[in-house]
Write a protein that binds this ligand. Structure first.
Ligand code: ARG
Length: 469
């Protein structure tokens, strides 16, 4: 559908000229996107301003018309800021809503704004501007959560907790180390949003409906005015590309996945059998029937919301995958998944930061749990390798027998009598007890990236510098 001027018959519709009757009420309803794309109003007006100024500078429209357009657009900004965006289904979308209002305000000069432009390049430009800003917003919110994690990690650089594999106690680690693992995931998320932002920073405006335009437009000028690196290179691609939205959504989906994992750990840790954390009153809810309950609803909703963010990525991929070049109206469905994902992501990041800031860590419970499950067995095996030159595989086997002995004695490895150990292997002597405590185990893990408090402090120092703390 082209964008013809308003007709006498159907003055509200910018494209009504070639039609005999008005569309069915149902057609109007299925066609309209104003209910959601009104969120693009600032971007739409910014892009129109850039376009109008370029048309004027290129001598395509008269100075006076351009001045009227720019003034009218200013007035619309003031109106929308004050009263919100009116939703009139017959005007379909935000682009026609703005243009229609401009016509009411300045008369026929408003009709000049759409010279050398189509809603196809217009929506591609508006949406890119919006998503570009959403990348920045996501980065800011991720950084706030990272700050919360780093601050708590610093306080707990030496707090010992069980490290798990298969959710079985594996080796002791520090809580600081565990929290900093999430810092790292989020660091990659920042990097993904940064990449996505850089990749999308090309301006489709001036691609017109699909083929470009014969008017002597200056695409670099509009790109510059809107803060883009450069104009997009191919007009067909420009109006049919939604990779920028998919890039945003995949970064959001992966970030949501990370948030869900952290939320899941808080949920497990808050359960009575674990008792590693107590979520603050601010981030807990009660049960309407069980008075004793303190539920981690916030964390559960972060976990739940991540499913919807991942769903948004899937939705848009499936929408896009079968579309021929160039624009198809299916693409109007690009916005709601992105808007929803953005809202859920920001809310989840903020809520999780609040939880991390206010949660109580039960260091004693963590410590007690770390001592269980023969978590220092690897330290015993490593001792045999280091002190008695036993090959690791053999040391592993000897340690397995020590674990069995401890099970039979119903005690921890560190509490086994020396003669019980020596009955298993003569090369074990009393010095081995130095490595069997959980503190010694944690202190010994000094390899780069390891859990030793000194290494964790280095990670934290680097993180603080990166965050400007
Ligand atoms: N509301 C439309 C969208 O969001 C704008 C583009 C419409 N273009 C068209 N030729 N009908 O995709």
């Amino acid at each position: 559908m082209g964008d013809e001027p308003p007709s006498e018959r159907n003055p509200q519709r910018t494209w009504g000229g070639r039609f005999g009757t008005k569309p069915a009420e149902l057609m109007t309803r299925i066609n309209a996107s104003i209910g959601f794309d009104k969120r693009l109003w600032r971007e739409d007006i910014a892009a129109s301003r850039a376009h109008a100024a370029m048309l004027r500078d290129q001598g395509i429209i008269a100075e006076a018309d351009a001045a009227a357009v720019l003034e009218g657009l200013d007035q619309i900004v003031a109106e929308y800021e004050r009263d919100g965006v009116p939703e009139q289904l017959e005007l379909e979308d935000i682009h026609m809503t703005v243009e229609h209002r401009l016509g009411e305000l300045i008369g026929p000069a408003a009709g000049r704004l759409h010279t050398a432009r189509s809603r196809n390049d217009q929506v591609a430009t508006d949406f890119r501007l919006w998503v570009r800003n959403a990348c920045e917003e996501a980065i800011d919110a991720i950084r706030a959560l990272q700050r919360a994690l780093v601050e708590r990690a610093e306080k707990h650089a030496e707090t010992v907790m069980p490290g798990f594999t298969h959710l079985q106690v594996a080796q002791p680690v520090t809580l600081g180390h565990h929290l900093m693992a999430y810092y790292e995931m989020l660091r990659r998320d920042v990097s993904r949003f940064t990449d996505a932002r850089a990749r999308m920073n090309e301006c489709p405006l001036g691609s017109a409906a699909l083929a470009g335009t014969g008017f002597p437009i200056d695409r670099q000028a509009t790109a510059d005015a809107l803060g883009f690196e450069r104009p997009t290179a191919n007009s067909l691609d420009s109006v049919s590309d939604r990779d920028f939205a998919l890039d945003y959504l995949s970064a959001a989906a992966q970030c949501g996945l990370h948030l869900s994992r952290l939320a899941e750990e808080l949920i497990i840790w808050a359960s009575a059998p674990f008792g590693f954390v107590k979520l603050s009153d601010q981030f807990s809810t009660g049960s309407s029937i069980m008075p004793q309950k303190r539920n981690p609803d916030g964390a559960e909703l972060v976990r739940g919301h991540s499913g919807r963010i991942i769903g948004a990525l899937t939705a848009l991929m499936v929408t896009m995958k079968g579309l021929p070049l160039a624009y198809s109206k299916d693409m109007q469905d690009d916005k709601e998944p992105v808007f929803e994902a953005r809202d859920l992501l920001i809310l989840s990041l903020e809520a999780l930061a609040g939880m991390v800031e206010t949660v109580d860590f039960e260091a004693e419970r963590m410590r007690a749990a770390a001592a269980q499950g023969y978590s220092t067995a690897t330290d015993l095996a490593d001792w045999l390798v280091r002190e008695a030159d036993v090959p690791f595989r053999e040391a592993h086997h000897i340690t397995g027998r020590a674990v069995k002995a401890a099970e039979e004695h119903n005690c921890d490895l560190a509490d086994l009598p020396l003669d019980a150990l020596q009955a298993i292997d003569q090369r074990l002597d009393e010095r081995v007890f130095d490595v069997l405590s959980i503190d010694a185990s944690v202190r010994s893990r000094t390899s780069y990236g390891g859990t030793a408090p000194e290494r964790v402090r280095e990670q934290i120092a680097a993180a603080k510098e990166a965050l400007g703390l």
